[in-house]
Design a protein around this ligand. Structure first.
Ligand SMILES: Nc1nc2c(ncn2[C@@H]2O[C@H](COP(=O)(O)OP(=O)(O)OP(=O)(O)O)[C@@H](O)[C@H]2O)c(=O)[nH]1
Ligand SMILES: [Mg+2]
Length: 160
């Protein structure tokens, strides 16, 4: 008998461009319990295919969403990519790496929305920060940065 459908534990890995998100996911994949299938949804900005190929070498089932930032495609393209990834991989865990240019609050809205309620369950959001940047006021005031360190809980809008 097939297992009853169980929401997939899902983690978002946030952080600015080049901060080390893919490296952190590779490290997590090396700690994956044997026999589990992990899927990674990654928003590829620029050099399409490189991060995905590296992640596959660590045994992940990868789906890349090319183009600008995942939050700008957090609607249909992200849902199609996510649905196809879940259908193909039937993962025990899902990791999502949006581009560092993104506004994660919009991604969180999609993932916690009605459509995904029974499909996935959002676990801890991990935000990576380069401590060398914390002395730069321009970084601290940056809307994306604040949205990311807020774990996507802030909208990043003007009221922030
Ligand atoms: N010194 C140092 N370098 C790191 C660390 N983590 C990652 N790097 C390096 O930083 C560069 C970018 O790492 P990635 O893991 O690709 O960063 P990313 O956040 O996924 O990058 P994008 O997807 O392009 O936003 C690579 O050359 C890594 O080897 C770290 O903890 N310390
Ligand atoms: Mg990356």
């Amino acid at each position: 008998m097939p297992d009853p459908v169980r929401p997939i534990p899902t983690n978002l890995i946030l952080g600015f461009l080049g901060v080390g998100k893919t490296t952190a996911i590779l490290d997590l994949l090396r700690q994956k319990p044997e026999g589990e299938v992990w899927a990674v949804l990654v928003n590829e900005f620029g050099e399409v295919g490189i991060d995905g190929a590296i992640l596959e070498t660590e045994g992940a089932v990868v789906r890349e969403i090319p183009g600008g930032c995942m939050c700008c495609v957090a609607g249909l393209p992200m849902q199609i990519g996510l649905n196809q990834l879940i259908a193909r991989a039937k993962p025990d865990r899902l990791l999502i790496e949006p581009t560092g240019l993104g506004h994660p609050s919009q991604i969180l809205e999609t993932l916690t929305g009605e459509h995904y309620q029974s499909v996935l369950t959002l676990g801890p959001v991990i935000t990576l920060v380069d401590p060398r940047k914390l002395e730069n006021p321009r970084v601290l005031e940056n809307v994306q940065f604040r949205d990311q360190v807020g774990g996507g809980r802030h909208s990043g809008g003007e009221q922030d």
